[in-house]
Unconditional design. Sequence first.
Length: 202
Amino acid sequence: MKRFFYLLAILSALSIRVCAGGIAGFWVIPDSKTNNPESVAYFYESGGVFTARMVLIYDDFGSVAETFLSPKERAKGIKSQPFICGLDFITGLKLSPNGRYVGTVVDPDTGKKYKCEVWYDSKIKKLAVRGELFIFGVTNYWPPIASENLPKEVVEKAAKFSGIPPRANNEAFSSNAPENFGEDSRYAQRRERPRFYRVRHY
């Protein structure tokens, strides 16, 4: 009997590690209209709880506009007005019985917080991020990006968030390679809207 419970404990620990490995790392937040890369979020773990930090923002042509090491734009809706790049915008993600991580996402334009669910969709190999307001919600899918396609200093500093080296996400794409988004769409002008459009508007 003791061996049985010991085996269950091992399997439980392994399942948590598998789930953790599924959401940890760098993920691209695409523009809702053009599907161009808009920003990069880094999910890291500390004490069994996951957090998503905005680490990089692209300009309209796929080039790096700012990073959390040299932030520019501020979250005006939050009282302290922190920089958007470097903001922990999804917090308190804990593993729920259904295998998804449940936490909170903040709207930097208003400071309001909403329930958020995150999980790795193995079928499409993307991170599913769902924001909910009461019974309403929409799921967005963020593709992974390999650390070698990001500025070296961003990757190195991000590794210190939790003390765990960032893993190289599978099926990753280059941050501004036109073949991944379409030659025409790469140069498509975005409509003027606040940052985190994909995160907030569910």
